[in-house]
Design a protein around this ligand. Structure first.
Ligand SMILES: C[S@@+](CC[C@H](N)C(=O)[O-])C[C@H]1O[C@@H](n2cnc3c(N)ncnc32)[C@H](O)[C@@H]1O
Length: 388
């Protein structure tokens, strides 16, 4: 490993890029466990290697320990013990948040009696039997669903997987969270549900009372359920995924909110434009939770444009005293960048934005300071004042 990049890795970052490796000794196959040494032959750590990935090695440990069933049992038990102190009032939480929980390439979410896992790297794929064994021993789940269907798998030379790999369970996994009923959709997005908004959704308490809500990029309606439970009069959910809206309907009905919502399957950008043009000004609370707008640092300007457009339109639609709930999960857009974009939109729409509440990643998705890639979620609740 080259000297000039050593400090990032020495300071806790688990990735070793292809251009950071000077010499490879011995034979290996992609996915094998390898040891990493510094120039001065100090042991740096042990992890898995993939010659097809720019991230050549991901470290699993910095100790001289075997990567076996016991390793995963120990590591996952320790994480679960810690998280059980922090995660309250929910049957669902993120058990393993990959790099940030010291298990690169692995995500494990728990939904009541079921687990959904995602594997994003070849090395972790090879370790899957050990991971499964540990999860079964710790949780004794009714079923484990593998939902490894995201594009990053292709870069690692892996196929997409969407199936029950242990036991069996329903297509829609029911669970309770914050006192409400939800479903994780095994055929939906991510692991079936956006668990990272669990704590943020609770921040709508106090601000939603009496409001008419527009829930844009709603997915299966987490924010709408919370808004209605916290006293909102009505909510309109907008998402281009018809399947997400079907599950949203089921979720809203299960929670007793039939007749208090409307579902709109449309492109959110077009919807906001047509709403503005139509002159309708029904909503006094708008929630924006779009998907990540950029994956790479080079593309972040197009993400700024996307954020500016939807936030500016929402500011124009809201009345004086309205509420703007806005979120960004684009990792390459920092909180400060996001604030600058919001400031820009506020200035164009002659709006004063008072930051009433601020959320972020919940403690089961806690980022690690030494791994900046683990920071991604921004969440803010603003009170809107018109300056004219
Ligand atoms: C981050 S998720 C929203 C999660 C949701 N707020 C929740 O807490 O469950 C983004 C959602 O936006 C939807 N989406 C993405 N692009 C869209 C677009 N241009 N118009 C409408 N919906 C879109 C996706 O289908 C997805 O459901």
């Amino acid at each position: 490993m080259r000297e000039d990049i050593k400090s990032r890795i020495r300071n806790g970052h688990p990735w070793i890029y292809e251009n950071e490796i000077d010499k490879v000794e011995g034979d290996f196959q992609d996915g094998d466990i390898v040891d990493v040494f510094s120039h001065s032959r100090d042991f740096v750590g042990r992890g898995y290697i993939n010659s097809k990935s720019k991230i050549r090695v991901r470290l699993l440990t910095r100790r001289n320990e075997k990567i076996d069933r016991e390793f995963f049992l120990r590591r996952i038990r320790e994480i679960v013990e810690w998280k059980s102190r922090l995660v309250k009032d929910t049957q669902a939480f993120r058990v393993v948040f990959s790099e940030s929980d010291g298990l690169p390439g692995l995500v494990v979410d728990k939904y009541a009696d079921y687990l959904v896992i995602q594997i994003g790297a070849l090395g972790m794929e090879r370790l899957k039997p050990l991971v499964l064994d540990a999860l079964v021993e710790i949780f004794d789940p009714k079923g484990i669903f593998e939902k490894s269907d995201y594009p990053a798998r292709e870069r690692e030379g892996l196929e997409k997987v969407r199936e029950w790999i242990y036991g069996k369970g329903p297509e829609l996994i029911p669970f309770e969270m914050n006192g409400f009923k939800f479903f994780a959709d095994t055929l939906g997005q991510k692991t079936g549900f956006f668990l990272d908004q669990r704590e943020n959704a609770k921040l709508l308490k106090d601000v939603a009372d009496g409001r008419t809500v527009l829930d844009v990029f709603s997915y299966t309606g987490t924010f709408s359920v919370h808004s209605l439970a916290y006293g909102a009069k009505r909510t309109v959910l907008v998402d281009y995924s018809e399947r997400a809206l079907e599950v949203a309907k089921l979720t809203l009905d299960e929670n007793g909110f039939s007749g208090r919502y409307e579902l709109v399957s449309e492109n959110a950008f077009d919807f906001l434009i047509s709403l503005y043009r139509s002159g309708q000004r029904d909503f006094d609370m708008i929630i924006l939770d779009p998907p990540a707008f950029a994956k790479s640092f080079e593309d972040r300007r197009s993400a700024y444009r996307g954020y500016k457009e939807i936030n500016l339109r929402s500011m124009k639609l809201l009345p004086d005293g309205g509420i703007l709930v806005t979120s960004s999960c684009t990792r390459v857009v920092s909180e400060q960048d996001f604030m600058v974009v919001l400031y820009d939109a506020a200035s164009d729409s002659r709006t004063r934005l008072q930051l009433v509440k601020k959320g972020g990643q919940p403690s089961d998705h806690a980022p690690t300071l030494n791994i900046f890639e683990t920071f991604y979620l921004k969440f803010m609740v603003f009170r809107v004042n018109k300056m004219r």
